[in-house]
Write a protein that binds this ligand. Structure first.
Ligand code: VGL
Ligand code: ZN
Length: 211
């Protein structure tokens, strides 16, 4: 059984947001199209309290881009983004959300970040996404969204570890690219761990043969 997962298609990750991903807006149409071809679409939503430990402003003397050790976990400091109940945390207005069956909030614990849609960065607290996929009898997870080198990558790697056949929709992702080559490295890593890389037009063909 196939499930489509939309990762963090939120205003703050789009051009004009506080943590903009270059051309992030270009994937919204792809998300809208793909949903038409899936019976089950799920989404993740970065959903931070204002005092979140990943925000540079919450660490006086530090700046965006600094890397800290937070309780033994390496943490990049980000601009304030996706604060709960703010416009920046809302899904892109152009995104068709009518078909999204469940939304999994992540990064809600002020003390730890959560790039993966499944677990926090310590691998401890679950968002409920795994349980939902098991409940739906999911075997293949198709993943797209923002950002390739952070939340998409961590979500895909956890999905593989949990035993789901995992397909990355290549044209449905864009990355932060803090350093040149980060997105390419993320794609290579995901592929070497067993992810199938597939453009959206092939995903649609695949869904027609699967049905
Ligand atoms: C993300 C950095 C911080 C993402 C979320 O969605 O990729 N990146 N929070
Ligand atoms: Zn975040």
């Amino acid at each position: 059984m196939d499930v489509l997962l939309l990762v963090d298609l939120q205003n703050d990750f789009l051009p004009g947001g506080t943590l903009p991903v270059t051309n992030g807006d270009q994937v919204i149409d792809i998300a809208n199209q793909l949903q038409q071809h899936f019976d089950t679409t799920l989404a993740t939503q970065d959903w931070h309290p204002p005092q979140h430990a990943s925000f540079a402003v919450n660490h006086p003397g530090h700046q965006v881009g600094d890397v800290l050790d937070l309780h033994g976990i390496s943490q990049i400091l980000w601009p304030v983004h996706c604060v709960q109940q703010t416009v920046g945390a809302e899904f892109a207005p152009q995104l068709d959300t009518t078909g999204i069956q469940h939304i999994f909030a992540k990064g809600t614990d002020p003390d730890i970040d959560s790039y993966s849609g499944f677990f926090d960065n310590g691998g401890q607290r679950s968002t409920g996404l795994e349980q939902c996929l098991r409940h739906h009898g999911a075997t293949r997870l198709f993943v797209m969204g923002l950002a390739t080198d952070y939340c998409v990558q961590f979500t895909v790697l956890d999905s593989l570890r949990l035993g789901f056949d995992t397909i990355l929709v290549t044209d449905g992702c864009r990355g932060v690219e803090r350093s040149a080559g980060d997105c390419h490295a993320a794609l290579t890593k995901m592929q070497s761990c067993g992810t199938l890389l597939m453009p959206s037009d092939r995903v649609i063909q695949e869904r027609h043969t699967a049905r």
